[in-house]
Design a protein around this ligand. Structure first.
Ligand SMILES: Cc1cc2nc3c(=O)[nH]c(=O)nc-3n(C[C@H](O)[C@H](O)[C@H](O)COP(=O)(O)OP(=O)(O)OC[C@H]3O[C@@H](n4cnc5c(N)ncnc54)[C@H](O)[C@@H]3O)c2cc1C
Length: 408
């Protein structure tokens, strides 16, 4: 069989995998199948830049010429409908069967569906694809309130875009605080106050039990039996990896497609990367992780010596409501030995320490300051000899910066 690398899905993991393959194999055929009607684009812009021109070339991961120059065949609007590991073939919706010698699964994830009564009404939205963002923008009516369900990063970015666009917004979050996965209590509370001061309503500890309306949305009902009248609902309540395609193939799945550290699935010659992949019990669901996994999987498909994927340090940068904050690494208090926090001129920072190493940080210093903390977590800089118990945060971080300089 001649060498043919086939990639299912056309997100960021797929593009970086194709590049990694081409870097190692100049000759063989590479084909990407994507069901969306667009060249692969920067999905995270859908909320960060909701009202910008999302169809602009600037949103593309690579321009069309890059695929041509690298002899990567990209089929858009082309859904892969079945995989046959035993004969090393895939089939697309048009009935065409294609053989592969190595196959990469990059089907990503979809947004977890809202299952309450009324979730099927017109003007209930969720944003995963470019088409979703287009539909939301097309349907908005000036002056009508939008209820955003979910107070995580995507929900808050959506709320910010809508607020900036002039729409009244209410955020409904089931947890007791906003961005609970990334922020500590103090930061979440500070964030809530800023949102409310800017005119966005925030309902915490609140579940939506129903969406009301005749044909289109007219309101939502909360679990305390109060209701909010609104013209639109946008929900962002987690993701579900797109594993449907592999269900009949014998490839092992749990939440995602199970992979080992080389990003190989349980089937020979088949790899998985990005939001579809589950490694050591975790589906990362992050842009940076999808890029790295794509690179490693593509590299391993084409190289003689496989490399192991090393989980990247998770970084969340939040730039909205006039705030620029970041959360890096593990910021779960229960999993660290101690934390050190300080607020200088209204700028709050907290670091997390385990086994005398920095494992995480939250700071309102602005995105540019995140690099020091990220490098320190990545490099596992030792805090031995620094006065972590009584020293100021500023002195500890100065010591960390000096040690990093020696390492890098
Ligand atoms: C609105 C939004 C904002 C986000 N913001 C952030 C952020 O700030 N930071 C962060 O780290 N992460 C963020 N994420 C998550 C990040 O975008 C994902 O982790 C990343 O896109 C995953 O890339 P992927 O290539 O694995 O999958 P995806 O980007 O999901 O791409 C998979 C592609 O495969 C296609 N596909 C699926 N099944 C088939 C099939 N059978 N045949 C053909 N094609 C198929 C899908 O249509 C899709 O185009 C955000 C996500 C969204 C939706």
């Amino acid at each position: 069989m001649s060498k043919h690398y086939v990639i299912v899905g056309s997100g960021v993991a797929a593009v970086h995998a194709a590049k990694a393959i081409r870097d190692r194999d100049a000759e063989s055929e590479i084909t990407i199948y994507g069901e969306e009607n667009h060249l692969p684009y920067n999905r995270i812009k859908l909320t960060k830049g909701l009202f910008s021109d999302l169809h602009s070339e600037k949103v593309l991961i690579k321009k069309e010429k890059w695929y041509r120059d690298n002899r990567i065949t990209l089929h858009t609007s082309s859904r892969v409908t079945s995989i046959h590991p035993e004969r090393q073939q895939i089939e697309t919706a048009d009935g065409k069967v294609t053989a592969y010698h190595k196959l990469l699964l990059c089907m990503g994830a979809r947004n977890r569906a809202l299952t309450v009564d009324g979730a099927g009404l017109r003007n209930v939205h969720t944003i995963r694809e470019l088409g979703d963002a287009d539909r939301l923008k097309d349907s908005l009516t000036s002056g009508q309130r939008v209820v955003v369900i979910g107070g995580g990063v995507q929900g808050l970015e959506t709320a910010w875009a809508l607020h900036e666009g002039g729409y009244p917004v209410t955020i409904v979050e089931a947890a007791p605080r906003l961005m609970a996965r990334q922020l500590d209590e103090a930061s979440s509370e500070k964030l809530r106050l800023i949102l409310e001061q800017s005119g966005v309503q925030v309902k915490l500890h609140a579940g939506v039990t129903a969406i009301t309306g005749e044909e289109a949305v007219s309101g939502v009902v909360l679990d305390d039996a109060t209701s909010i009248s609104c013209g639109h609902v946008v929900y962002s309540i987690g993701i579900v990896p797109n594993t449907d395609l592999v269900q009949e193939t014998g490839i092992r799945t749990r939440a995602g497609v199970l992979v080992n550290s080389h990003l190989e699935t349980s089937a020979p010659h088949i790899y998985a990367a990005g939001d579809i992949a589950e490694l050591d019990g975790l589906v990362e669901g992050l842009w940076g992780g999808a890029i790295e996994q794509g690179k490693v999987a593509g590299g391993n498909m084409a190289a003689a010596e496989p490399a192991a994927y090393r989980r990247t340090v998770p970084v969340t940068l939040f730039n909205a409501f006039g705030i620029s904050l970041f959360s890096i690494g593990n910021t779960d208090e229960r999993q660290c030995d101690r934390t050190v926090a300080a607020e200088v001129d209204g700028v709050y920072t907290r670091i997390y320490v385990k086994d005398n190493r920095l494992t995480g940080a939250i700071s309102w210093e602005g995105a540019a300051a995140s690099l020091l903390y990220k490098s320190a977590v990545e490099q596992g800089v030792s805090l031995e000899g620094l006065d972590v118990e009584n020293g100021s945060l500023e002195a500890i971080m100065a010591g960390v910066a000096a040690r990093l300089e020696e390492i890098l």
